[in-house]
Design a protein around this ligand. Structure first.
Ligand code: S3P
Length: 191
């Protein structure tokens, strides 16, 4: 059961989730720029802290260590006071603790790209994603489908299959502004 923390929607962080290579970082950066907020890409932050590329962390320390690093970082960023926009690695949201932290402290946007569109991107991302190594196309598709049930737990979904990152970001900003306008938790104090 998710614990919902009573904070105003305007004071929530924004988190982007979705399978690897769907454009979470690009879209997250654009949204952050449009809203004048800080942006943190979890993988880049782990690389900065540990001074190692993610692929080397997988190779030298193993996936379990990487999952611990991402879990601890996300949980700590989510509960921090400064408002931020974060983009999660595709596997992070499979961890229950990560889901709980994100759903409690962030507005969670699922960037949804269909398998048909996603598989066209494989050549662009395969070398930098250890999780995709030594897997057949069928195994990658199974992983893609298996993860969808976790991604389905979100606050808002945007399909990036037929629109570019800039249009996605504009639609996200519009939907946030609408939600912020509709929901004024401090409104009552004026009457
Ligand atoms: C992973 C996705 C990657 C990165 C790591 C593991 C995954 O991030 O965290 O290679 O398990 O899906 P992106 O989603 O940014 O590619």
């Amino acid at each position: 059961m998710t614990e919902y923390i009573d904070i105003s929607i305007r004071e929530k962080n924004i988190a982007f989730i979705g399978f690897m290579g769907v454009g979470k970082t690009t879209i997250g950066q654009l949204v952050a720029k449009k809203l004048y907020r800080d942006f943190i890409d979890i993988d880049q932050e782990i690389e900065r802290i540990h001074q190692m590329p993610v692929s080397l962390i997988f190779q030298e320390l193993g996936e379990t260590s990487f999952r611990k690093m991402e879990r601890e970082l996300i949980v700590s960023l989510c509960s921090g006071t400064r408002l931020k926009i974060i983009s999660l690695g595709g596997g992070a949201y499979m961890q229950e603790e990560v889901r709980k932290a994100c759903l409690s402290h962030c507005i969670v946007f699922f960037i949804d790209l269909s398998w048909e569109y996603w598989k066209e991107r494989i050549p662009l991302i395969i070398d930098s994603r250890p999780i995709l190594q030594n897997k057949s196309l069928t195994e990658i598709e199974e992983l893609f489908l298996r993860r969808q049930s976790a991604y389905s737990i979100h606050h808002s979904k945007i399909s990036s299959s037929e629109i570019d990152a800039e249009t996605c970001a504009d639609q996200i900003v519009e939907s946030l502004k609408l939600a912020w306008e509709l929901y004024h938790p401090n409104h009552d104090s004026f009457y």
